[in-house]
Design a binder for this molecule. Structure first.
Ligand SMILES: Nc1ncnc2c1ncn2[C@@H]1O[C@H](COP(=O)(O)OP(=O)(O)OP(=O)(O)O)[C@@H](O)[C@H]1O
Ligand SMILES: [Mg+2]
Length: 148
């Protein structure tokens, strides 16, 4: 992705595969564009409001059409015990869509996502690597590829 607009388009292309119960992990160093992908995804779902980074609040909830989405950022978790005491585990259920920045801060306590998006710096731009971890994730990936 040569610029932030291209990263937004990646998010938009991911929107078509969003459905209740699905989980997306967004990995990559500080500033690689994780929040930008989420911004594009929410925009792709028709959301027109402001998408704030959840770095301080840890979670930002969105209700779009009939979907309940939760955008998490676990960067501030020092270790996985903070994930346990946060009570966020109950957000990961069949009725919600969870988009998680810095999932590694919750360690192995967090179940593998349907889809994993890893972002890397590539010159002035960014590179995205996608992996599916479930049948649902595979379908999500296929829907992404048909739109990207
Ligand atoms: N493909 C790209 N090329 C260049 N700049 C980009 C690209 N994608 C996003 N950016 C820019 O990178 C900056 C950081 O983006 P963003 O906040 O989305 O990163 P992040 O991974 O969420 O960071 P953090 O780990 O701090 O939450 C923003 O200024 C954004 O516009
Ligand atoms: Mg971010």
């Amino acid at each position: 992705m040569p610029d932030a607009a291209a990263t937004l388009r990646v998010g938009e292309a991911l929107a078509g595969g969003v459905a209740a119960g699905r989980v997306l992990h967004l990995r990559g160093e500080l500033g690689t564009g994780k929040t930008t992908v989420v911004r594009g995804l929410l925009r792709g779902l028709g959301f027109t409001g402001r998408v704030k980074s959840p770095s301080y609040t840890l979670v930002e909830p969105y209700s779009i059409s009939s979907l309940n989405l939760y955008h998490f950022d676990f960067y501030r978790f020092k270790d996985r015990t903070e994930w346990l005491s946060s009570g966020f585990r109950e957000y990961f259920n069949a009725d919600s869509v969870c988009l998680v920045e810095w999932p590694e801060r919750a360690g192995t306590l967090l179940a593998p996502p349907d889809l994993d998006l890893a972002l890397e710096f590539a010159g002035e731009g960014r590179r995205a690597i996608l992996h599916s971890h479930s049948r649902t994730g595979e379908l999500w990936l296929l829907s992404f590829l048909s739109r990207a």
